[in-house]
Each structure stands twice: as C-alpha cells, then as structure tokens.
Design a protein around this ligand. Structure first.
Ligand code: CU
Length: 71
C-alpha cells in the first residue's frame, strides 16, 4: 500500500490544549502515523496507507469539538 501524506484544516483550536487534544485524537487512531499539529497554521498532518482513516480522523476531530476539513 502507498503511504499518503494528509493535511487537514482544523478550525476551532485556540491554545496549546486544543492542539494537544487534536494530536491525541489522531495518535489514537490505528493506521495513522507521524502526526503533527500546527496550532498557528490551523493544520494537522499525518501519514496513512488506509484512505478510509482520513474520514475517521475528520469525524473524531469533530467529535472532540473542533472542525476538520480537507483543504
Ligand atoms: Cu484550547
């Protein structure tokens, strides 16, 4: 399988706590690796070789109280 580098736009993060929450949410999803969250840039990046995990990531971030979308 091919590893894809994914970038999501994350709205609603206002402090380090928020970016930590998004980081932990993504780290907890199986099939996602190399997570990094950019608070100022309003972005989260990760690698996955399972395209379905992108939707999982968006859903979990939204459930955590932020708004994720693909740019
Ligand atoms: Cu916050």
């Amino acid at each position: 399988m091919t590893t894809q580098k994914i970038t999501l736009t994350i709205d609603g993060m206002s402090c380090g706590h928020c970016s930590t929450m998004v980081q932990r949410t993504l780290d907890a999803i199986e099939g996602i690796s190399n997570v990094s969250v950019d608070l100022d840039g309003k972005q989260a990046r990760f690698d996955t070789d399972t395209p379905a995990r992108i939707e999982t990531a968006i859903q979990q971030i939204n459930e955590a109280g932020y708004t994720a979308s693909r740019p």
